[in-house]
Design a protein around this ligand. Structure first.
Ligand code: MEV
Length: 302
């Protein structure tokens, strides 16, 4: 057993298919090229520190992070259950970028590496799923799949994710405002489905069709076609009630600066948008900067 080890989990964007994926429709997601890193050290007592957030917890406390820490320690070999974990996030939390799944995957991998345990991707994803249920309630598992596997994935709840072959996609991700918790946005869409099953069910089915067209466009390298489908998905998300003025305005600004497609990404209710920006990522970043709390040029799928 080593005295110190590292793990990484990738953050993600959903290119198409958030929310409907919770109800069995396919979604298309890609790793962001940024993530969460965790260093694990042998210690006397278990602790988890996130210096960038000014947070330090133990496994016995009532907050979600402590409960996740306790759940992941319980899954780890006994020899590392008193480890100290130090977290270095490269993305904002609660922004729709899958930082909680990336954190869980990084913790799982750091603990496994500290103990010398070899874990399959399926097992990493299973453990990350336990954490996602604590953080978000009814999670589809898409964030954990990308956090663990990277690349671009076609994901259907309960099925093995399929890797989508594609070039790295130049894009700009921008957090335009703080965001409501994922669990609240998922519950909001759930209530809409209960109230209007036919209308909301039809929107979910339409998004499912868009996702499969988008997978084909992506595999064919047709980024303009993909961008058009993203815009269509954004309009359907607005109909579901999860977009906001700031997200709509940011998408317009990105398109005006040359992006081939832009939409909210993640659970919505604020948070992030993703703009596909081949050959124009600097102009799109410049257009989004004044409207954003956080903005980055990224290569999706790495
Ligand atoms: C969150 O990144 C995406 C949602 O579809 C929830 C989920 O799939 O777990 C809103």
């Amino acid at each position: 057993m080593t005295v110190s080890a590292r793990g990484i989990g990738r953050s993600k964007v959903i290119l198409l298919g958030e929310h409907s994926v919770v109800y069995g429709q396919p979604a298309l997601a890609a790793a962001l090229g940024l993530g969460v890193r965790v260093r694990a050290e042998q210690a006397e007592r278990p602790s988890l520190a996130v210096p960038a957030w000014g947070v330090e917890v133990g496994p016995g406390e009532a907050d979600d992070l402590s409960r996740v820490f306790a759940a992941l320690l319980a899954e780890a070999p006994p020899a590392v259950r008193s480890a100290r974990l130090i977290v270095d996030p490269e993305v904002p939390s609660r922004a729709g970028l899958g930082s909680s799944a990336a954190l869980a995957v990084a913790m799982i991998r750091a603990l496994a590496s500290l103990s010398g345990e070899t874990l399959s991707d399926d097992e990493v994803e299973r453990r990350a799923g336990l954490a996602e249920t604590i953080f978000h309630g009814r999670a589809s598992g898409i964030d954990a799949a990308v956090a663990c596997r990277g690349g671009a994935l076609r994901f259907v709840r309960g099925e093995p994710p399929r890797s989508v072959g594609c070039p790295l996609l130049p894009a700009v991700v921008a957090q335009v405002e703080p965001r409501s918790p994922t669990s609240e946005m998922v519950a909001l869409v759930g209530r809409a489905l209960e109230a209007e099953p036919d209308r909301i069910g039809a929107i979910f089915a339409e998004i499912g069709v868009l996702v499969d067209s988008a997978v084909s466009r992506l595999e064919a390298g047709d980024l303009t076609g993909l961008g058009g489908l993203m815009g269509h998905n954004h309009r359907l998300l607005r109909e579901l009630g999860v977009s906001t003025e700031a997200l709509d305005d940011g998408c317009h600004a990105a398109l005006a600066a040359g992006a081939v497609g832009a939409k909210l990404t993640g659970a919505g209710g604020g948070g992030c948008l993703i703009a596909l920006a081949p050959g124009c990522d600097e102009a799109v970043e410049a257009a989004l900067s004044p409207r954003s709390l956080w903005v980055r040029r990224v290569l999706l799928g790495s």
